[in-house]
Write a protein that binds this ligand. Sequence first.
Ligand code: ATP
Ligand code: MG
Length: 734
Amino acid sequence: MDITHILDGLNDRQREAVGAPIGNTLVIAGAGSGKTRVLVHRMAWLVEAQGVSTHGLLAVTFTNKAAAEMRQRTEALLNTSARSMWVGTFHGIAHRLLRMHYKEAGLPQAFQIIDSDDQLRLIKRVMRSLAIDEQKWPARQAAWFINAAKDEGKRARDVPSGDDLFQIAHKKIYRSYEEVCDQGGLVDFAEILLRSHELWLNNADLLSHYQHRFGHLLVDEFQDTNTIQYAWLRVLAGKTGRVMAVGDDDQSIYGWRGARVENIHQFSRDFAPINTIRLEQNYRSTANILIAANKLIGFNADRLGKELWTEDGHGEPIRVYSAYNDLDEARFVVERAANWIDQGGSPDEVAVLYRSNAQSRVLEEALLQARIPYRIYGGLRFFERAEIKNALAYMRLLHDRHSAVAFERVVNLPPRGIGDKTLEIIRAEARRRNVSLWQACKDGIVAGAFKGRVANAIINFLKLVDDLAEIALDQALHEIAETCVSATGLIDYHSKESGERGLARKENLEELVSAARQFTGDLVFPTMSAATQSQDRLPEAGSALEAFLDQVALDSGDTQTETGPALQMMTLHSAKGLEFPLVFLVGLEEGLFPHRMSADEPGRMEEERRLCYVGITRAMQELYLTYAETRRLHGTDTYNRPSRFVGELPAEVLEEVRMRGAISRPMGGMNSRFFEEPVEGGLHMGQRVKHAKFGEGIVMQCEGGGDRARIQVNFENAGAKWLMLGYANLAALD
Ligand code: ATP
Ligand code: MG
């Protein structure tokens, strides 16, 4: 078979990776060096050059968007649709396995995925029933504890008891939460992974079926796998599966959520012998952007170490804008974005990246004013908005009357006079008789447990849901959504909220109906087709309604309905793997980015720096860095110094954009405006200094005082060094 088209458009190292002998392979390479491209070409190569069936391929990546793209590119290379190939996120794939094998996984067929919001509510309820003081042990912390345990593969019984109060309380909460979830058939995000790992461990036949099926496992963004994902992969690979993992230790940004960059080393041991390949040529960015990225990441100590280079020219300088405040920053970004579009660029070539979601609002307002279409990825996911969750709860109840989560959410929404007291009675009764809340209501009515207005309210609610469910039997999915939005009174209720908010909620509810109309059931897994189901002996996939509810629960905010080109706004975390011609990195201020929390925990500062590296390396042609002297966040004004990351970049590739419009000047002279704090010994931050051995550099940080003062200098040729101020004999240059 002619496979030249698969090896075309690859450099020698990439070709080596794509055509690596069948076996375990690790590709470690910097941003934009073609890792994802290698993975896609490898899949095509396996099929065309090695005669592997697409049925035998399993590819894992980080977002649904990336998964969809990977599938599409592989199919384009193969010039055929490859529906039997499994491509998805760890969560997506694990969830699919649980749906197919719910019995073996010990779940009811109608198990329900709950998101972090539902999880938190549930934990609060559990804590109340255990009489654990939320003031002392916040529910959020408990959720964190439980999820972290699950990510480590631990059930409540596996958590060491210990003798400190924290451990005792949290173990108790975990155990009780586990029970409630088991009773209700509820599965949180971490549970999806844990349970599907246990599915392997507890079902030898099933495991061997899949080991036999998936001879080739391919993993993108390997540096951000956590313990349970790694374990899942390792068990599945067994002795027969061949794994190609690609990743970049410099882009490990989920350590705070349990990702283990050490998995890269672990892989070399567990999957030995392995073939390791490195790529360093970058095809994404201009030389200036790469010079900045290399320099920045050089400040991290803990690295495998690699340098990116490109054949491309230097391109534009990286422009830095110092704004008065966040409004000024937004104005500046929008003005430059509008320029780009005026000059024939498309809005979707532009990305605005920020450290925290709260930063998006001001930017959104400026974009709205300028009439630039935009889309926000991640953030408060569409399906997490209160009004959407309300409508979804009704849809859920139509499908499964016994869902406690859905029942609790809408039993009194819109308000119909079923108050907390009544609910408490219903809950107690349900617990006592071990029935669902819905059943407890029905039985209570029959037994005459409720009186007067309350009884009427409950009867009306039960009847409403039953009636709508009856109608839904003959309805298409979007009609069901429409019913749940309007016939329930939700849309009227939400529209009454004052001003913009009411309007936005109404629009969102309408958007839900169109999302349902567009739903094809194959956003995450185009493989849900009848053909593959029979191959896998899939049970009937369930109704469109069920598939839709699953889909929205798993959506990570990256599969929104696309309507025309729009500027992309997202957090740095969700920008991983993506690329854009024009990128704005905003809010580069100490405390915001690096985030203030990174100061307390060892290693977190380096993770912040990696995050900045990820941000910079998203840019293909032009990159802007902005910071504001004052910023209003969460209702208070903050005054922050510019981020140390800006100071760490090499001055020769930066250019300051002056306050009022046109004139720009090189960055050399602006460092003194950046950092005015004095350092010991007559030096100040940002000052140029000369060292006898290391040459010229810029003062970055200072620690300690007097005899013990240490100073960090970023030397042009020698890189960053910590020096004892008393011995360094630095000469001040300006
Ligand atoms: P990241 O670390 O950000 O995920 P990556 O290593 O996965 O980056 P890719 O996204 O695969 O990099 O590639 C970056 C860009 O370079 C893409 O636009 C890709 O198409 C292009 N590219 C990669 N290799 C080549 C090549 N040999 N010739 C031309 N373009 C290439
Ligand atoms: Mg990639």
